[in-house]
Design a binder for this molecule. Structure first.
Ligand SMILES: [Zn+2]
Length: 107
């Protein structure tokens, strides 16, 4: 299990990614049960709307968007409303380099 301790220091939205090992069982032709494992890459993001840390399987995301130039909104937030509210500032932020130390929450 992975815990994220450093909540107050990071202002970035893309926090990290990690491999999650999941265990599955499958029935073989002879009726035996076999365990097998799969590695799934999970991306940890911070919601730009509510600041909640959430995670997504990397495979479900556009790889070009896994960086800090994009907003990421969690499942419980309405991404369309968020986009409307941020409409004016969005372009400015999206054009920023990822290394910018500008505090998004103060915009
Ligand atoms: Zn949210």
């Amino acid at each position: 299990m992975l815990y994220f301790y450093n909540l107050n220091v990071n202002i970035i939205m893309f926090i990290k990614e990690y491999i999650e090992k999941t265990r599955h069982t499958r029935h073989s032709k002879s009726g035996k049960i076999h365990d097998y494992f799969r590695n799934k890459t999970i991306v940890l993001l911070r919601c730009d709307n509510c600041d909640k840390i959430f995670q997504r399987p990397r495979g479900s995301m556009d790889p070009n968007r896994i960086n800090n130039n994009y907003f990421h909104v969690c499942e419980t937030c309405d991404s369309k409303k968020f986009a409307q509210r941020m409409g004016i500032t969005r372009k400015k932020i999206w054009d920023m380099p990822a290394s910018s130390d500008l505090d998004i929450s103060k915009l």
